[in-house]
Design a protein around this ligand. Structure first.
Ligand SMILES: N[C@@H](CCC[C@H](N)C(=O)O)C(=O)O
Length: 333
């Protein structure tokens, strides 16, 4: 039996189990991490989560974050997860700012002093930003796919493909599209067997609410529709600017089904990157016993230390739901 201590965490209700590498046997393999993720993330028979963040404190930088989607696939980055993993590393090291190693980039995380709420907010770096279709990967004859029609997906919508560095396909849409089944149809096609996106792709639909505010709905590769996706909201902010609906270096509020975040897209010396600012909330501490051979979990224990934090988050979430209700006539898309 493997004893696994974990924390349940979320960023905009994109929820994860955070497991410290030090609590796993040193012989724990990559394949075992995949199996553990599928078993524990199952919302019916497991604990339930969008993925697992395997975190280490220390090493070449201040810490390491490895992200597995709920289907067991590894992703190169996770923006909402990095705020939670970054918080954990900040607290363990006692530093004000840390550098976290992710699969393809070392990224900074720092505590953000949000004046309107006591909820712990974190600012994380989303970078690099890559437009070459090969970086997603995506099959295309174009040098960049920016606001292009892709007839194999839709005769009506235009799309931008960008890796940050995990892959995103983004479309700015009308309210009608955002309330329709079109999103699922397109997202499922590019995440199934298809000739264009061999590794699948995160797909986002962006609705500009008013100057300085957008709503983003994302179907995540390896998961399905989630409440929010941090890298998707960051990439969508950049796309919003590229379509002339916002400006570089200016805060943008991004609403999602689990709350809201703020982004600032930078464009300096030919390089673009995004600051993603939002909650990194701890929900509870847990412990579970796992039989890896039989793929069984037992003796799940949960300890709730963070009730105050959760209550404050619910208030923030309520504000987002009120906005979504006023725009779309329902609290959730
Ligand atoms: N939810 C994450 C992204 C997680 C990885 C993604 N599903 C992928 O496979 O690229 C975020 O907040 O960025």
């Amino acid at each position: 039996m493997l004893n696994v201590p974990f924390k349940k965490v979320h960023g905009s209700r994109n929820d994860f189990l955070l497991i410290d590498h030090k609590d796993l046997p040193s012989s724990f393999t990559y394949q075992q991490k995949q199996q553990l993720t599928v078993l524990l993330c199952d919302r019916e028979n497991g604990i339930g989560a969008d993925g697992i963040l395997f975190v280490s404190v220390g090493g070449r930088t201040d810490g390491v974050m490895q992200i597995f989607n709920s289907d067991g696939s590894e992703a190169s980055m996770c923006g909402n997860g990095l705020r939670c993993a970054g918080r954990y590393i900040l607290e363990k090291t006692g530093k004000d700012q840390v550098i976290v190693e992710t699969l393809k980039a070392d990224l900074y995380v720092k505590k953000y002093h949000e004046t309107k709420t006591d909820i712990p907010f974190y600012q994380v770096e989303i970078s690099p930003v890559l437009f070459e279709p090969t970086s997603l990967p995506m099959k295309s004859n174009l040098e960049k796919v920016v606001n292009e029609k892709l007839d194999y997906l839709s005769h009506e919508l235009t799309f931008t493909a960008v890796a940050v560095p995990n892959p995103h396909l983004i479309s700015i849409v009308t309210k009608e599209i955002l309330l329709s089944e079109e999103q699922g149809r397109i997202a499922k096609y590019v995440n199934g067997e298809n000739p264009y996106f061999p590794d699948g792709v995160n797909v986002s639909f962006v609705y500009p609410i008013k100057a300085g505010e957008v709503f983003v709905n994302t179907y995540e590769r390896g998961v399905g529709f989630t409440n929010a996706c941090g890298t998707a909201m960051s990439a969508s902010s950049l796309v919003t600017i590229l379509q002339g609906l916002h400006q570089f270096e200016k805060p943008l509020v991004v609403y999602n089904n689990g709350g809201y975040v703020q982004t600032i897209v930078h464009n300096q010396n030919g390089k673009q990157w995004i600051d993603l600012i939002g909650n990194g909330t701890y929900s509870f501490d847990g412990n579970v016993e796992v039989d890896m051979e039989k793929a069984l979990m037992t003796n799940l224990e949960k300890t709730y230390h963070y009730d105050e934090e959760e209550l404050q988050y619910q208030q923030m979430e309520k504000k987002a739901k009120d906005v979504i209700l006023s725009v779309f006539g329902k609290e959730q898309i």
